[in-house]
Design a protein around this ligand. Structure first.
Ligand SMILES: [Fe+2]
Ligand SMILES: [Fe+2]
Length: 186
């Protein structure tokens, strides 16, 4: 058995081979490295308190104001997606669809957790979301939400000046595009 680490979520994976996608955050396997070589983005932030200046109380440490704003928008979107997918899992008419939405909800929650780690903040209280009773309507809503996420993360990727934040948005863009593909191939 070998130990691998995902550079996007920072989670460890134990197995004979690298998975094709991170089972936790969904990042593509180019972000999954042998544990000795991995440089997780959530471990890169320099804590403000160690810089010896008076900005030690600044949230997000060395993250620019624009990236902080974009990360907070990401947190709002990811927590909303999590709640929406939990609702859809509850309404699913067959086990396969329920299991898929439960997994999607966990992946989106993981994205929200990464944001809280990058910003050094606590997870906001989760609000419940509504969804339709019919699978088809929920699939449509899912595609709309993920389309919006892909566009947003494309913009955030181009706006990020910090290498680790750019890497994060780039990885998320691929993950959310994969979710659209998944629904369309059902
Ligand atoms: Fe990951
Ligand atoms: Fe996400």
């Amino acid at each position: 058995m070998k130990l691998y680490i995902c550079e996007i979520c920072g989670d460890a994976y134990i197995g004979e081979e690298k998975p094709t996608d991170c089972p936790f955050c969904g990042a593509k396997n180019n972000f999954i490295k042998n544990a000795d070589e991995a440089k997780p983005i959530v471990n890169e932030k320099i804590p403000a308190s160690t810089r010896g200046d008076d900005r030690s109380s600044t949230r997000g440490g060395d993250i620019s104001e624009l990236s902080q704003k974009n990360l907070l928008e990401t947190l709002a979107l990811e927590t909303r997606a999590n709640a929406m997918y939990l609702c859809m899992a509850g309404k699913a008419s067959e086990y396969k669809i329920k299991a898929m939405y439960k997994r999607l909800a966990k992946v989106e929650l993981e994205h929200a957790v990464i944001v809280t780690k990058l910003l050094g903040i606590v997870m906001p209280e989760m609000k419940a979301e509504t969804c339709a009773d019919e699978n088809q309507e929920n699939f449509q809503k899912t595609i709309e939400l993920e389309d919006h996420a892909v566009e947003l993360y494309k913009k955030f990727t181009s706006e990020a000046t910090e290498p680790n934040i750019r890497k994060f948005f780039g990885a998320l863009m691929q993950v959310e595009a994969g979710h659209i593909e998944l629904i369309k191939n059902l």
